[in-house]
Structure formats: C-alpha cells, structure tokens
Design a protein around this ligand. Sequence first.
Ligand code: CA2
Length: 150
Amino acid sequence: MAKILILNGPNLNLLGEREPHIYGHTTLVQVEERCKAVGKRLGLEVDFRQSNHEGQLVDWIHEARKTMAGIVFNPAAYSFTSMAILDALKASQLPIVEVHITNIHRREPMYHKSYVSLAATGVICGLGPFGYEAGLSFLAEHLRSQPAPL
Ligand code: CA2
C-alpha cells in the first residue's frame, strides 16, 4: 500500500483550541483521524505528523524521499519564510500538495507569497480541514495515473 506523509508546521497543534474564529473548531487530532479514514478508503496508508521546528520538518521530508509516495503539507508560517523547506521539497522529487485551512489570498499581504508553492504540484487553500482530504484524493488519483518508477 502506498504511504502518504501528511505534514503540519508550527502552531497547528493548537488547531481547534485557539483562534477558532480564524481556524475553526476542528482539532488536529480530529483532522488526523479523518485523514486516516479517508486514506483507508483510497487505499493509502497515512503517516500524520506535526512539528514546531523547521529542521525536524526538513529531516522528515528527506526521510519521505525514500519511504513515501507523496506529501500533503500544511507548512503554516514556514510557507512564507523557509527556503530550507523549499529546497528539501524540491530534492524529494515527490508529488506535493500544499494545504492551507484558510484562504491565504484573503488575508494580509504577508500571507500571499508561499515559497512552498514553488515546489508544490498543487495548492489548496480556504476549504478548511477538508483541504487535507482533497489533497489525499488528488494524490490517490495522481499515483494511479503516474505510478512511481521502480
Ligand atoms: O490556513 C492555514 O492553514 C495556515 O497555514 C495557518 C498558518 C498561517 O500562518 C498560514 O498563513 C495559513 C498558521 C497556523 C497557526 O495555527 C494556529 C491554530 C490555532 C490557533 C493559533 C494558531
């Protein structure tokens, strides 16, 4: 079964607990449960992780290169600051779906330019936690049409 890494960046551990008027009431644990259920239905094994540390995210992306078939990634604030993460994603050569819970283009200008988008196969924003499921569905379809080389 193909494995998909779902990665979450800084502060997303607070999802559903703080600022619900911006990020909603769903917790990250609930997002994980939903992604695992959807992954199962799609025939994908989901490995769901969160870190507040840039280097940890870089290390996981390096590891994914050899063990995962794709990445769904909400880099949170590192989207707009981290060239280290951009470089790691480029080097992974994996299909990558960048997800943001909110519509970053309706927010302040500092949220408009994501470095991660330069390495992403596609970007989903503004669909709430459903964006993670949409990313998984895309990867399932993408992997069916473009199987990984042996
Ligand atoms: O909309 C998203 O998913 C974001 O990636 C969330 C980031 C923000 O920097 C991006 O512009 C858009 C912030 C994540 C912070 O998560 C929190 C969750 C609850 C309470 C406080 C922060």
